[in-house]
Design a protein around this ligand. Structure first.
Ligand code: T1G
Ligand code: NAD
Length: 705
């Protein structure tokens, strides 16, 4: 079936695009557009042209999958756009849905743009490590000005239809854009005015070019690891200073150079990985979800409060239950303060804050959770406590209600069994702060019913979370890998490295570029929370038997150094500013003496980097082999959406492949030989070794059906 065709209606041409699911610009569509346009050009009887799309959205961009082809070129599509712009009869674009990337570039090549009021318009290529490649960097500034264009292209955020109208990006709003476009096309044809070609325009704020371009250069300088940002500055410079064809050449070269970069390949990998994560093996996509209107939160502490806000923000009624009215009031105050902070930053109106607080009611009676459709339990990370409240919830919750636990590490199957209705139970592992962090790790229990899982997958979309399904094991996908990451960070602190040295390497874009290194991360989340999970794990009997295992955080916890919340953790805090702690350094020296470890004055930066990342990659391979994660990309989504792993690195699995599995396996073997492997910390996953031997990538590994 043709992906585009020319229809004829009342003397005007209708160029109708139909390429589900989002009318992405694929090479086949470009060929059909080219043919249909020729048909229009050769039919002088048609007075004008309307460009419109079938389906749920106008063109949402170039087909990102097509960029993987080394022969990919935007030139054929750009020629089609040039012919549309050059057309001597009016061309009107009928816009709705998400008009993004190549879709907006098609609209800007048209002479007149009409959008439905719910349309969103943007050039999100930067989120793929790219720049617009179909003259978006040249046409957009000519319509909206250099400043708005700079912000739209360098941030990738779409404009609303009203914002686009105000900016001059669209000419008219109408909720029947197809009908309006047809009558506007006739009107323009009758008027016989020369088409308004975007390339002929001058950016309306050209006098302010120096300031705008300086801003673009500063942004590029601040993030040297994102080459797309300096390409944005180059293209805007060309749009301000050069002719359209010369600007076109600048964009063409920059786009071509970016498409092969590791950064762009990594971010494109994540685009598809995020969508693939929604497809759960063994879960029929037609599984009917259970109805959810009322949500219950048990335990309104750090996590319970954020989770309650997440559901209230999505329009759900929320019942909060705590042990005592003091604890309830404390939890509700946490929530109100968080909303006030959001309001004071102008990100939410007072009405909206009041509406969300109004959607929450508090209680100290678990029985008030009886009519909830889902209850999320976020009480202390203590198995006995979790089992006790699980038993109660199993009795209290109505038939068909879902019981979700926010445990970070504990055995979800044991908690499920304690409810007496394991089919209704799963883990919903939110990340702190729960109302901000995108990731939701959904832990599928051995007996979790498919419709319970389908319900929570759908809920995740409604509360705007990126969901990844994990099997049951200690720490699931994310925290299990974080465990080896923290283990090595702490081991090196005993061997002589400082928290600042280790965090510095991990935060350094030259090595990795994490938002926060391991010690700063746990100081923020709470050393007590981290230590309690390790202690609970060892207590449970299936944890590490190594007496030295994460002795740093267990000792910090016992000495009250709980991190930022107590002003002292791995670092001492002056306000929110971490400074080196002599107590922590002395603890490292003391543990080295106790464990008979020879401290090294200077642990090489490369070793610090390798011991953290390579241990994680190895653990990821074990996680995949055991079927805890459905596919390699899921691991990358967990770390980029939940732990601040930089998207331009693609995630720990993608990055490991870029480094090369052969090197990683060789270094793991080296550390086993030099550091000792008594506890199996450096035992290489059979999957990783097999792939390294075959020269294959872990990202491409798929579990046999
Ligand atoms: N290319 C290929 N496939 C795409 C796609 C695209 N641009 N956009 C979506 N899909 C697939 C997606 O993989 C999924 O497939 C299905 O469509 C539904 O998507 C030349 C260079 C449009 C807001 O970056 O932001 O233009 O999983 O689940 O939540 O200058 O998709 O069902 O098999 O995300 O409703 C610029 C990317 C490209 C927009 C819809 N455009 N897409 O969200 O559905 S670069 C983008 C989105 C470019 C030019 C340059 C979202 C959406 P499957 P979905 P959704
Ligand atoms: P927290 O100490 O801040 O809050 C726990 C709350 O549970 C307290 O307010 C306490 O009063 C309440 N509570 C205890 N027993 C209760 C009971 N029987 N009934 C009702 N309320 C009860 O802890 P938190 O950091 O919010 O952690 C909660 C859960 O979330 C834990 O399982 C933890 O592992 C998990 N988690 C924590 C983080 C994090 O970064 N803090 C991240 C993800 C998951």
């Amino acid at each position: 079936m043709a992906k585009a065709e020319l229809l004829r209606e009342d003397g005007i041409g209708i160029l109708r695009i139909d390429n589900p699911p989002v009318n992405a610009i694929s090479p086949e569509l470009v060929a059909d557009l080219d043919r249909s346009l020729t048909e229009f050009e050769e039919d002088a009887g048609l007075k004008a042209l309307v460009i419109e799309c079938a389906g749920r959205t106008f063109v949402a961009g170039g087909d990102i999958a097509a960029f993987e082809d080394p022969q990919f070129s935007a030139a054929p599509y750009n020629r089609v756009l040039a012919r549309i712009e050059a057309c001597d009869r009016p061309v009107v674009a009928s816009l709705f849905g998400t008009v993004l990337g190549g879709g907006l570039e098609l609209a800007m090549a048209s002479h007149f743009r009409i959008a439905a009021s719910a349309t969103r318009l943007g050039l999100p290529e930067i989120t793929l490590g790219l720049i617009p490649g179909s003259l978006g960097t040249q046409r957009l500034p000519r319509l909206v000005g250099l400043e708005i264009a700079r912000d739209m292209i360098s941030k990738g955020k779409p404009l609303s239809a009203f914002g686009a109208l105000a900016a001059g990006l669209v000419d008219m709003l109408d909720d029947e854009p197809g009908r309006a476009a047809r009558s506007k096309a006739v009107e323009l044809a009758v008027q016989g005015m020369a088409p308004r070609r975007t390339r002929a325009l001058t950016p309306p704020d050209i006098d302010n070019a120096d300031a705008v371009l300086a801003g673009a250069r500063r942004a590029a300088k601040a993030k040297p690891w994102l080459p797309a940002l300096s390409a944005v500055a180059d293209c805007l410079e060309a749009a301000a200073r050069k002719s359209f064809p010369d600007g076109e050449a600048v964009e063409k070269r920059a786009f071509h150079d970016l498409i092969g970069t590791t950064q762009s390949r990594a971010m494109r990998h994540l685009f598809f990985a995020e969508r693939a994560a929604q497809k759960i093996p063994g879960l029929d996509r037609e599984t009917k979800p259970r109805p959810v209107e009322k949500v219950g939160i048990l335990g309104v502490g750090t996590m319970g409060g954020g989770i309650a806000m997440t559901f209230a923000n999505a329009g759900f009624q929320v019942t909060l239950v705590e042990t005592s009215s003091e604890a309830l009031v404390r939890g509700q105050a946490l929530i109100a303060d968080a909303y006030k902070a959001t309001q004071s930053r102008g990100l939410m109106s007072e009405e909206a804050v009041m509406a969300r607080l109004g959607a929450m009611n508090g209680s100290t009676e678990m029985s008030d959770l009886a009519d909830c459709d889902i209850v999320v339990e976020a009480v202390f990370e203590d198995m006995e406590l979790k089992l006790s409240v699980a038993r109660q919830l199993g009795e209290i919750c109505k038939p068909g209600a879902i019981i979700a636990t926010n445990t970070s590490t504990l055995n979800v199957n044991r908690i499920a069994a304690a409810t007496g209705r394991p089919g209704d139970v799963l883990g919903t592992h939110f990340f702190s702060p729960a109302n901000i962090m995108k990731l939701l790790e959904i832990v599928r229990g051995a007996d979790t019913e498919p419709d319970a899982l389908a319900t929570v997958m759908l809920l995740a979309r409604k509360i705007r979370k990126t969901a990844v399904v994990s099997g049951v094991c200690y720490g699931f996908i994310g925290n299990r890998m974080a465990e080896v990451y923290m283990r090595e960070s702490e081991a090196m602190q005993v061997e002589g490295a400082t928290p600042a040295q280790i965090d510095g390497i991990i935060e350094n874009p030259k090595y990795l570029g994490m938002a926060m290194g391991p010690s700063r991360m746990l100081d923020m989340a709470g050393v007590d929370v981290g230590a309690r999970t390790v202690i609970e794990w060892i207590k449970g009997g299936d944890g590490p038997q190594d007496p030295a295992y994460r002795a740093m955080c267990r000792n910090l916890y016992e000495s009250g150094q709980h991190g930022q919340k107590t002003g002292h953790g791995y670092y001492r805090y002056e306000g929110r500013n971490p400074v080196p702690s002599e107590e922590t350094a002395e603890l490292g020296r003391h543990l080295a003496r106790e464990q008979g470890i020879n401290r090294r004055d200077n642990i090489p930066d490369e070793e610090i980097f390798e011991r953290l990342l390579f241990a994680m990659a190895n653990e990821a391979a074990f996680i995949l082999e055991e079927g805890i994660a459905c596919r390699p990309g899921d691991v990358d989504i967990v770390w980029t959406a939940g732990y601040g792993f930089p998207a331009w690195r693609g995630g720990p699995v993608f990055m490991a492949d870029e480094i090369g599995l052969e090197k990683i396996v060789a270094r793991l073997d080296y550390y086993a030989a030099t550091l000792g492997n008594e506890h199996g910390y450096w035992t290489v996953s059979p999957l990783l070794r097999r792939l390294a031997e075959k020269g294959e990538r872990l990202s491409d590994w798929r579990r046999e059906a």
